[in-house]
Design a protein around this ligand. Structure first.
Ligand SMILES: [Zn+2]
Length: 228
């Protein structure tokens, strides 16, 4: 590990450094766990985990991260910032506050309709989004892209256009159809089947805390679905 590293493209190095800084910030909120051995609700094991509810608990961090996203999209005029879910809403406020266009902030409500997930815009917000409105979508964590695609559909139903997507964390494998996506951290967690898990093989104790916590939450039925 101590041998001289191969020369890298300076842009890639800068992106890597930035990502490390952002990971460190998320670690300080207690949201990001690395070098652990975690049981996921799916039954898979992983060494890294992010707790969505903790990501936006430190206002000064959230403001700083929102400012980075706003700066990235500063060249694009934006009329509205749209998000859904409490964490994303806090972040979207910070992005909107820092964006030179001074966009308004609106948020959709997640729900189920005939067994399918959907996002709707409260009626009070509907007069704010018009044909041709330029909308920046903001998410905290993007793990499957389902929520983002629902938000894109929603914007397009109003004849408005999505200028881009800003998020704190995106699983690298997620594709968002043709829209520019900017994420502060772009990273996948390797997940393992318990039978092939290298951490199990090494005898690292399994952390079941997150699964216990999420099953505690489930009976309230007011929680939003885990996947976003
Ligand atoms: Zn394991």
């Amino acid at each position: 590990m101590s041998a001289a590293p191969p020369k890298k493209d300076p842009v890639a190095v800068e992106a890597e450094v930035r990502e490390k800084i952002h990971l460190e910030i998320l670690k300080r909120t207690g949201a990001y766990h690395a070098n652990d051995h975690v049981l996921l609700p799916s039954g898979q094991h992983t060494s890294e985990y992010i707790e969505k509810t903790l990501v936006t608990t430190e206002p000064s961090f959230t403001e700083g991260l929102g400012g980075v996203i706003a700066k990235h999209f500063a060249q694009w005029p934006v009329d509205l910032v749209l998000s859904t879910g409490p964490g994303a809403l806090i972040l979207s406020h910070c992005v909107a506050r820092a964006h030179p266009s001074r966009p308004v902030v609106v948020y959709g409500a997640k729900g189920l309709s005939r067994g399918k997930r959907r996002v709707t815009l409260p009626v009070e917000f509907q007069r704010l989004i018009r044909p041709g409105s330029r909308v920046l979508l903001v998410e905290d964590l993007v793990s499957s892209g389902t929520t983002l695609n629902l938000l894109i559909e929603l914007v397009e139903q109003f004849g408005a256009q999505v200028v881009g997507v800003g998020c704190l964390w995106r699983r690298t494998s997620v594709e968002v159809d043709g829209k520019p996506v900017f994420s502060l951290v772009s990273r996948d967690f390797p997940t393992y089947d318990p039978v092939d898990c290298p951490l199990c093989r090494k005898g690292v104790p399994l952390n079941e805390e997150f699964v216990r916590r999420s099953s505690h939450r489930r009976p309230s039925a007011v929680q939003e679905p885990n996947a976003s």
